[in-house]
Ligand binder design. Structure first.
Ligand SMILES: NC(=O)c1ccc[n+]([C@@H]2O[C@H](COP(=O)([O-])OP(=O)(O)OC[C@H]3O[C@@H](n4cnc5c(N)ncnc54)[C@H](OP(=O)(O)O)[C@@H]3O)[C@@H](O)[C@H]2O)c1
Length: 262
């Protein structure tokens, strides 16, 4: 049971999580409060989410669960203000790179979790890596993220790695999608049709990979006939460094996350 819950920071990720959890009924509007920075943002959230509980940062004593969804650079200042967190409260941080060790120093009596979700959580298609401090039970926190997609309970080191793969992954996918749509336009397709065709193809290929137990390399082999058109396209993409660019991107993301966590 998450109980009375507050989300500190309701931007891209906090918003995605709240949207998903509220629409799936895992959180109730009358049991959720938010902490936001700008008053105008609060008004937008009332309209959009229907959440009406607003609190100021230090006022945490009433909450059973606290979700920390501010930027990693902002988190130290937020943590320093959280003096009234009750002992045994569940605290879930989604901040990239901020370690359990850092969280424990700031909140020694809370039960701590780190989660690395991604923004498709807002439509129930998220991928979340979850880790708990000191082997704490993950069941109720898993249920929160399960309501908005898939969850993998992992070690803290793997959580950071998954942050660089699936946490940041929608960003990579949108760049690829935009590039494919550009390619469609370049060969003469209308923009909207090119975007739709590229997005549905990404969605379909991802779903196929998830639903079959077949390795992606074999799925690719199945669509590349000898001397055919698809292998000609893949060959040109490989020449352009597609694979190594994706690997370098994930490695750079992990390095930046480690840097932000220091
Ligand atoms: N975006 C992703 O795909 C993703 C994926 C995995 C994890 N994360 C993690 O999620 C966290 C949030 O990232 P984001 O992308 O959601 O950033 P974001 O869109 O900038 O949202 C951060 C929110 O925090 C608010 N905020 C700033 N200072 C605050 C304060 N003192 N009190 C209350 N709210 C405050 C900001 O308000 P203003 O709008 O007024 O500045 C903003 O709405 C980060 O730690 C990130 O590592 C993000």
């Amino acid at each position: 049971m998450l109980g009375k819950t507050v989300c500190i920071g309701v931007g891209a990720m906090g918003g995605a999580l709240l949207r998903g959890a509220l629409s799936q009924g895992i959180l109730r509007r009358d049991n959720v409060s938010i902490v936001v920075r700008r008053p105008e943002h609060r008004d937008e959230l009332v309209d959009e989410l229907g959440v009406t509980g607003f609190v100021e940062l230090p006022d945490m004593a009433q909450f059973d669960t606290i979700i920390l969804a501010v930027k990693p650079q902002v988190l130290p200042s937020v943590l320093s203000q959280l003096s009234s967190v009750k002992a045994g409260a569940t605290v879930i941080s989604v901040a990239a790179g901020v370690t359990l060790d850092t969280l424990r120093k700031a909140l020694p009596t809370a039960v701590l979790y780190r989660a690395m979700p991604n923004t498709p959580a807002s439509i129930g298609c998220g991928m979340t890596a979850l880790t708990a401090d000191n082997g704490a039970d993950t069941i109720h926190v898993e249920a929160l993220f399960n309501a908005v997609g898939e969850v993998a309970v992992v070690s803290e080191a793997d959580l950071d790695r998954l942050g660089a793969l699936s946490g940041a992954g929608p960003g990579y996918m949108f760049v690829i999608l935009d590039a494919l749509a550009d390619a469609g336009v370049r060969i003469g397709l209308p923009r909207q049709l090119a975007i739709k065709a590229a997005a549905q193809t990404m969605y379909g290929a991802g779903k196929m990979a998830l639903e079959s137990s077949t390795h992606p390399a074999i799925l690719r082999d199945q669509v590349t006939s000898p001397g055919g058109t698809t292998i000609a396209g893949i060959g040109a993409m490989e020449k352009g460094g597609l694979r190594s660019a994706l690997q370098d991107g994930v490695v750079a993301c992990l390095a930046r996350s480690n840097e932000l966590g220091k």
